[in-house]
Design a binder for this molecule. Structure first.
Ligand SMILES: *[C@@H]1O[C@H](CO)[C@@H](O)[C@H](O)[C@H]1NC(C)=O
Ligand SMILES: *[C@@H]1O[C@H](CO)[C@@H](O)[C@H](O)[C@H]1NC(C)=O
Ligand SMILES: *[C@@H]1O[C@H](CO)[C@@H](O)[C@H](O)[C@H]1NC(C)=O
Ligand SMILES: *[C@@H]1O[C@H](CO)[C@@H](O)[C@H](O)[C@H]1NC(C)=O
Ligand SMILES: *[C@@H]1O[C@H](CO)[C@@H](O)[C@H](O)[C@H]1NC(C)=O
Ligand SMILES: *[C@@H]1O[C@H](CO)[C@@H](O)[C@H](O)[C@H]1NC(C)=O
Ligand SMILES: *[C@@H]1O[C@H](CO)[C@@H](O)[C@H](O)[C@H]1NC(C)=O
Ligand SMILES: *[C@@H]1O[C@H](CO)[C@@H](O)[C@H](O)[C@H]1NC(C)=O
Ligand SMILES: *[C@@H]1O[C@H](CO)[C@@H](O)[C@H](O)[C@H]1NC(C)=O
Ligand SMILES: *[C@@H]1O[C@H](CO)[C@@H](O)[C@H](O)[C@H]1NC(C)=O
Ligand SMILES: *[C@@H]1O[C@H](CO)[C@@H](O)[C@H](O)[C@H]1NC(C)=O
Ligand SMILES: *[C@@H]1O[C@H](CO)[C@@H](O)[C@H](O)[C@H]1NC(C)=O
Length: 446
């Protein structure tokens, strides 16, 4: 009896921590040896990557891991990671807000900085649980709360393949690809859903910055903000087979925030996308041309230059989308109506092709380019959006406009654009509207 108990105890102790066999490190959670207590597993996770992060394999066994402190597993080389268990991030908000790792952009931070060369990450039934509800409640519908961490940042990586990553209840942006090239993310699943009165504000699904040659294939993203956002210096991004629910759709931007670092967003294709119950659909958003303090974004912004060129949105199905197609050059100054017309960020060669479905209001598209930088070669091919009400045979609510609106301002060669351009785009649309557009082109903006 005693011998048996002793043996069980010994086996359990060995089971916790890192089991290292040759170049493979298998992780077991501390809770197994501590009567289920949420003891921090971050030190053993760090140790596993130190031991097996070069020419090795790290396996998270099928258990619950408690991540109570930041993870920095970078500079991996020829490493395979298998996530079979749950990574349960703690909801100690004061801790994360003072310890999460900087990602430089907008003074933002991350809970896990991950990356390397020739790295494969397989989410084999395991998942990342960000404990986001605590963050949504604490955030109280604000935009960028300082110190609210992105779930997982893929940094300084080359030849990184991430398959089957599943993130539920992300704290903030779920995934962020930064300063990397040749990064494929396949079969990504993100679900940010709040069960309280506070929304999942700013829980983007996939964002990229200063990165080249990116693939996103087969993603399901349910969230309260951008499903996919290509930030500054994202080039050669190809996103396909995307289901995007809630939030604010698929976008280039926002860009043009910082005058010191111009944003070049070139060669991007988004295709085979289904967007459901979202505020926006397929769009491009830039800051205005003058610097304005924007408290909701926690920072000054605007005045940045750059170029958005050769962007294609192809084969989109919209379902009840607020503003299905848009270009805005003043997403953060629209309310104050300051400087929308000043943006220096050139947008050209953008195509929307095979776009169908329903809009929430009486507007299909709002395309606004500044007087400073009119937009050449903005084309539409086979765009057919019908108001949800109209599709049910109902009139548009509270308006005498009975046709779908396509607003255009400062498009070069409007007539050749492929859409009716039956109204001017006003200079005060942010990235969303809350009601129908009237005959003067204005909508309920809040
Ligand atoms: C890792 O593998 C590469 C090539 O396979 C080899 O050149 C390198 O020495 C190995 N590094 C270590 C630390 O084993
Ligand atoms: C992350 O770890 C790398 C070593 O892989 C180190 O060089 C870097 O300074 C660490 N970054 C932070 C923010 O701790
Ligand atoms: C980025 O990765 C390279 C290896 O590709 C490494 O030499 C370099 O030190 C890393 N930079 C940082 C800041 O970690
Ligand atoms: C997303 O999460 C919410 C809340 O946890 C849940 O009710 C819903 O079923 C999830 N959706 C999917 C597709 O898993
Ligand atoms: C938070 O924002 C959501 C989405 O806009 C809204 O439905 C909700 O009412 C807001 N919550 C509060 C308490 O204002
Ligand atoms: C994407 O999903 C389709 C349909 O399920 C599948 O055929 C394809 O192999 C998937 N692509 C990747 C890269 O997993
Ligand atoms: C983008 O790349 C250019 C150089 O090609 C550089 O001048 C600029 O600062 C970069 N911008 C960002 C946001 O990194
Ligand atoms: C854009 O794509 C073209 C054609 O493939 C290529 O020649 C060009 O180098 C790409 N631009 C960038 C910035 O990668
Ligand atoms: C535009 O970008 C696409 C990839 O999104 C690329 O295939 C194409 O060659 C590029 N065209 C030009 C003219 O650079
Ligand atoms: C268009 O996208 C949908 C997914 O939204 C996909 O099922 C369909 O096969 C795509 N059509 C083409 C012609 O690629
Ligand atoms: C217009 O943009 C498309 C990409 O959307 C590109 O293929 C085409 O070459 C451009 N036309 C001109 C005249 O620049
Ligand atoms: C546009 O879509 C509606 C609703 O699906 C359909 O009734 C209509 O025939 C389509 N129009 C064109 C020109 O394809």
């Amino acid at each position: 009896m005693n011998l048996l108990l002793g043996l069980t105890f010994w086996v359990t102790l060995v089971a916790a921590w890192v089991d290292n066999q040759g170049t493979t490190c298998t992780l077991y959670p501390e809770s197994l040896a501590h009567h289920g207590q949420a003891v921090d597993d971050s030190p053993s996770i760090q140790q596993a990557f130190e031991m097996c992060g070069t020419n090795g394999t790290v396996i998270f066994s099928k258990n619950v891991f408690h991540v109570n402190t930041v993870l920095n597993t970078t500079n991996l080389l020829n490493c395979d990671v298998h996530l079979r268990g749950e990574l349960r991030f703690s909801t100690n908000i004061p801790y994360w807000r003072t310890h999460a790792i900087s990602v430089v952009l907008q003074d933002q931070v991350t809970a896990w900085l991950f990356g390397g060369t020739n790295v494969n990450f397989y989410g084999e039934g395991g998942f990342y649980n960000g404990g986001g509800q605590a963050w949504y409640n604490a955030n109280r519908n604000e935009s960028n709360q300082p110190g609210r961490p992105m779930s997982m940042t893929f940094y300084n990586s080359t030849n990184l393949f991430v398959d089957g990553l599943k993130i539920i209840q992300p704290q903030f942006w779920a995934t962020f690809v930064w300063a990397s090239k040749n990064v494929s993310m396949t079969n990504l699943f993100v679900n940010a859903t709040s069960d309280s009165e506070w929304y999942t504000m700013n829980c983007d699904g996939y964002d990229s910055w200063q990165s080249d040659n990116l693939l996103v294939e087969n993603a399901t993203i349910i969230t309260g903000d951008d499903c996919i956002a290509a930030k500054g210096n994202t080039t050669n991004l190809h996103a396909k087979n995307i289901y995007c629910e809630g939030g604010t759709g698929i976008t280039i931007g926002s860009i043009g925030q910082y005058p010191e670092t111009p944003d070049y967003n070139l060669n991007t294709t988004f295709e085979n996308v289904h967007i459901k119950n979202a505020m926006d659909g397929a769009y491009i958003k830039t800051w205005q041309g003058t610097r304005i303090y924007t408290p909701s974004n926690g920072d000054w912004g605007g005045g940045g230059s750059g170029l958005v060129k050769n962007i294609t949105f192809r084969n989109f199905t919209m379902e009840n989308v607020g503003l299905p197609i848009q270009m805005s050059q003043c997403v953060y100054s629209a309310d104050s109506n300051k400087g929308c017309n000043t943006s220096k960020l050139q947008i050209e060669d953008v195509k929307w092709q095979d776009i169908r479905g329903t809009s929430r209001f009486n507007i299909a598209a709002s395309l606004y380019c500044s007087d400073e930088r009119p937009c050449p070669n903005i084309t539409f091919d086979n765009v057919n959006i019908t108001g949800v009400n109209a599709s049910l045979g109902l009139p548009y609510y509270g308006t005498d406009i009975q046709r779908e609106l396509f607003q255009c301002t400062n498009l070069v060669n409007k007539k050749g654009s492929g859409i009716p351009c039956n109204q001017a785009a006003p200079s005060n649309f942010s990235q969303w509207i809350y009601g129908n557009v009237d005959t003067s082109g204005l909508a309920t903006l809040s």
